[in-house]
Design a protein around this ligand. Structure first.
Ligand code: RB5
Length: 143
């Protein structure tokens, strides 16, 4: 498994980003922090675009984006060709967003999920593989 992960947030996701980054480091992942680096108000589309490009340009396979709801980050990241960003608030969606959708960005809402649930979602999301088969054709149709 590729253990290089890039993580980013806006101000609303800043605390959860730091918690998750620390948690993932303690679990053997190599984490790159794409910002934001303070709790000062900032614009999530800029962070989403920068992190998405890191993935589509091949420097990372998977990333995590956190804002208040996860929704703004996902809308912005999905504008970048080749990104499949999924907003996830439960462990079942975490599994299927990988198995069926081959999501390459996990979007979390810091105002929606608590830190323990966010850790469980992230664990499952990072460890679950894409099933390919019939799902590959459907992803090609989206492309
Ligand atoms: C910031 O207040 C908030 O709008 C942002 O974090 C995010 O939830 C947008 O979708």
């Amino acid at each position: 498994m590729n253990k290089k992960i890039i993580i980013g947030s806006d101000h609303a996701g800043f605390d959860l980003k730091n918690i998750l980054a620390e948690y993932l480091k303690n679990n053997g992942y190599e984490i790159t922090d794409a910002g934001t680096y303070t709790k000062e108000s900032c614009d999530y589309p800029l962070i989403a675009k920068e992190l998405a490009k890191e993935i589509t340009e091949g420097r990372y396979e998977k990333g995590i984006l956190i804002c208040g709801t996860g929704i703004g980050m996902s809308i912005a990241a999905n504008k970048v060709n080749g990104i499949r960003a999924a907003v996830v608030s439960d462990t079942c969606s975490a599994k299927f967003s990988r198995q069926h959708n081959n999501a390459n960005i996990l979007c979390l809402g810091s105002r929606i999920v608590g830190e323990e649930l966010a850790k469980d979602i992230t664990d499952i999301w990072l460890k679950t593989d894409f099933l390919a088969e019939r799902h590959s054709k459907r992803l090609s149709m989206i492309e």
